[in-house]
Design a protein around this ligand. Structure first.
Ligand code: MG
Length: 341
């Protein structure tokens, strides 16, 4: 028996009957021989961690653009916080931690530079529109690995595509919106548990918000500190989800209300804050300039392959904040003439 086969047996022993078993994956688009050591979702996680788009997350905005402060979140630390929350929930519910981890690590790979301001520019410019979740799927299917993609399992790709909710309902029973696996549902919920809490903490750090302004109902239900709020939200998911009664990942009604209240508060007071918006507008202008510059074959010729709008979207969406800024500077700011001594 191989180490992988032994691991699959162990999975069978402790996973909930409704958990997604690695051995029962719906498989990959291009079938591959199984690994002797790692189970299928472990391999997916490893492929994501080794991907270039994953490394670039450390230079992409979460909320605060290109932050100088070392303690602000980036897309990378957001991704790691989502992963940690999702794994805690999955382990407690006896669901597949490897699957949860792979989905969580990959969920934001398609995010643009400059956070949602970058996303809104590409959405306006691209004929087919733009959404980061769809782009995340595109990255793992068609961009990574020099265009060959990572050939991930169907369960991981589904979870990446359906992690998103925007301002829409946090809980849903709509099968179109809900990931196909319980593990995907955990990541979908963990994403918002992570970001409302860390964005609040970063906004307090940035002096955009004051502790005293946080809606009292949020503090009453979730607790007075960042640590307690995360802990209580995770506990609420674990205690409210009852897989014997219904195969859906849930959160208690009071915790859900507090979560919605906190999200709305952040949209109004942080994401739409004047100081944040001014910088977002600059970022939008910068990306629009890059879009216009590269739209057309003439400027594209220095890059690889024939020009298509899809390739332009991949190129711009893949940029880190600093790469986009440097590219813009090199194109639009006169360079000082170098004088030899
Ligand atoms: Mg996310």
């Amino acid at each position: 028996m191989t180490p992988r086969e032994r691991a699959e047996l162990r999975e069978d022993g402790f996973l909930h009957p409704l958990a997604t078993r690695s051995a029962a994956t719906r498989g990959r688009e291009r079938p591959e021989p199984r690994c002797t050591v790692r189970m299928e979702f472990q391999r997916d996680r490893d492929r994501i961690v080794h991907a270039k788009s994953f490394r670039r997350l450390s230079r992409k905005t979460q909320v605060f653009l290109n932050p100088d402060g070392d303690h602000y979140r980036t897309r990378m630390t957001h991704t790691l916080e989502v992963t940690q929350i999702a794994r805690t929930i999955a382990r407690a519910l006896h669901l597949n931690e490897d699957l949860v981890e792979a989905i969580a690590l990959g969920h934001d790979l398609g995010h643009t530079p400059f956070g949602h301001s970058g996303e809104s520019v590409l959405n306006k410019m691209a004929k087919g529109g733009f959404h980061h979740a769809i782009q995340s799927l595109r990255v793992v299917e068609h961009v990574e690995n020099d265009g060959a993609g990572l050939n991930l399992t169907a369960e991981v790709r589904d979870g990446i595509l359906r992690h998103t909710k925007g301002k829409g309902p946090i809980l849903t029973r709509n099968p179109q919106a809900l990931p196909a696996t319980l593990e995907g549902q955990i990541v979908r919920l963990s994403d918002i548990l992570a970001y409302v809490n860390h964005d609040l903490e970063d906004a307090l750090r940035a002096n955009l918000l004051r502790e005293a302004d946080i809606p009292p109902a949020v503090l009453e239900v979730l607790g007075p500190t960042h640590r307690e709020r995360i802990g209580n939200l995770i506990l609420s998911v674990i205690e409210t989800t009852d897989l014997e009664r219904e195969p859906v990942v849930l959160i208690s009604e009071p915790a859900h209300e507090a979560l919605v209240l906190l999200r709305d508060y952040l949209y109004e007071r942080c994401y739409d804050h004047e100081e944040v918006r001014v910088e977002f507008e600059k970022a939008e202008r910068l990306l629009r300039d890059l879009w216009q510059h590269f739209s057309g074959t003439r400027q594209w010729s220095s890059l690889q392959g024939e020009f298509t709008e899809e390739k332009l979207v991949d190129y711009l969406a893949g940029m880190t904040d600093r790469y986009a800024i440097r590219k813009w500077e090199s194109l639009f700011v006169p360079q000082s003439w170098f004088v030899k001594a």
